[in-house]
Ligand binder design. Structure first.
Ligand code: GTP
Ligand code: MG
Length: 429
């Protein structure tokens, strides 16, 4: 038992010292309970099942030995260990307890480490998002609402001002009405004058809005060939940059990525894409200048299949959503992709520039009439106070924002996390 007590003390220390986290404490508690139960069972088992020792029952030596032999045969499997010398060795009950406690300690340490890693990851993501949302929080609708709620009693007159603030902040009609309804709900529960409750209602309704647009990640794994990701959007929205960042990420995860230069409209576009591919360490499939983009797309997918790529990312030329001819060209790319590989493109990522505000929503409405847009990347969030457009996109389009661009560097493309987004957007309120 002294070993068990020492190990229990070590375990308590090991799990509480580095990770002062609620999850860590819960895990430590569970593990301690497991250790206690294991110790109890191990101690109880031989004592209860074995006959009392021969010294205590004189005259019963022969039967006692038979019982012990039987117990050794049945319990042999659980108590035998192969040592470093390759020889089997039987563990004593004390050694078994020590072994169980050590295992429990190792499990607790691994769980605590996992909690620590998750927390560090979340802190990192929060830092990126804070940078991205800085302007929205200090100059955008959150700051304006903050001033309104702080200065006055929240009544109907203030609600009219709230409506204007939200609408001007590019939330659009639908998202504005949704958030106003949340504030009114709070009012019907006689909480309207309490700013903290109003913020809570806003937080809750914003999160619901984002979650109803979808939470599934992009499906970029296909069983029988490469997944095809087609990237579309208006001129300068950030398609090529986003592709470079994505290629870097997926290649870093060990996936075999091919990038197709479907923007054959400008030679400089292919050169720009090539620079990103070199940085990401992935090959590029180039067509000829002014070659039909659909044929480049087709050839790239054929190559992707033949050479065993996991993922083909297709860049396309920027186009105005109002230009019917160019939108038809995009439709052709999608049709041809499906011919090269039935089911392709598996995801169509629409890249929207957040600084465009409500116009980004209009672009999305038109793009999805031509191609089946499945996901949105919202770029340049770092350069705008219009971060509220995320809510407008979710509410109006019901297409999930999957990625946000918060800068021009390789690591500045982040997965969109609705909870973290809402938490960061309304932080401090
Ligand atoms: N600040 C900031 N700039 C970005 C972000 N994403 C892209 N950019 C910049 O936006 C500009 C246009 O990016 P591109 O990737 O060339 O855009 P594109 O959609 O490929 O443009 P076209 O091919 O001309 O249609 C570049 O200067 C990028 O560095 C972002 O998240 N934040
Ligand atoms: Mg481009």
């Amino acid at each position: 038992m002294p070993q068990l007590m020492t190990l229990t003390r070590q375990l308590t220390f090991a799990t509480s010292a580095p990770v002062a986290d609620a999850n860590g404490l819960v895990i430590a508690g569970v593990v301690l309970a497991v250790v206690a139960v294991v110790a109890f069972l191990l101690l109880r088992k031989p004592a209860s099942r074995l006959p009392k020792s021969a010294e205590q029952r004189p005259g019963a030596v022969a039967q006692d030995q038979v019982a012990r032999d039987r117990h050794d045969r049945t319990g042999a499997k659980a108590t035998l260990r192969i040592g470093a010398d390759g020889k089997a060795r039987k563990l004593s009950p004390e050694e078994l307890i020590q072994e169980a406690a050590e295992n429990a300690m190792a499990q607790a340490a691994a769980a605590a480490e996992a909690v620590g890693v998750r927390k560090a990851h979340k802190d990192g993501e929060r830092a990126f998002l804070q940078t991205g949302l800085d302007k929205t929080r200090t100059d955008g609708f959150v700051a304006r609402l903050g001033k309104l709620f702080a200065a006055k009693q929240i009544d109907e007159a203030v609600l009219a001002e709230v409506e204007e603030v939200l609408y001007r902040a590019d939330l659009g009609v639908k998202a504005t009405q949704t958030l106003l309804a949340a504030i009114r709900d709070a009012s019907s529960r006689k909480e309207l004058s309490d700013a903290a409750h109003v913020w809570q209602a806003l937080r809750q309704r914003s999160l619901e809005t984002l979650l109803t647009a979808g939470t599934e990640p992009m499906k970029l794994r296909v069983a029988d060939g490469p997944a095809v990701l087609m990237v579309v959007g208006v001129n300068g929205s950030g398609k090529t940059t986003t592709i470079g960042k994505l290629a870097h990420r997926y290649a870093g995860e060990g996936r075999k990525v091919l990038v197709a230069a479907g923007d054959t409209f400008r030679a400089a576009a292919v050169d720009q894409l090539e620079v990103w591919c070199n940085r990401a360490g992935v090959p590029i499939h180039r067509g000829k200048d002014n070659q039909d983009p659909a044929s480049v797309c087709f050839a790239a997918i054929e190559r992707g299949k033949a050479e065993g790529f996991d993922l083909v990312i297709v860049d396309t030329a920027g186009r105005l959503h109002t230009n019917a001819g160019l939108m038809a060209e995009l439709q052709k790319c999608a049709r041809v992709a499906d011919k090269a590989m039935p089911g392709a493109p598996h995801e169509v990522l629409l890249v929207l520039d957040a600084t465009m505000g409500q116009n980004a929503v209009k672009q999305a409405e038109q793009f999805r009439e031509s191609v089946p847009v499945t996901a949105i990347a919202l770029t340049k969030l770092d350069g705008t106070a219009k971060g509220g457009v995320v809510l407008a996109i979710a509410e109006t389009l019901k297409i999930p924002v999957q990625l946000v661009g918060v800068g021009e560097k390789m690591q500045d493309l982040r997965d969109f996390d609705a909870e973290l987004f809402v938490e960061t957007l309304f932080a401090g309120h």
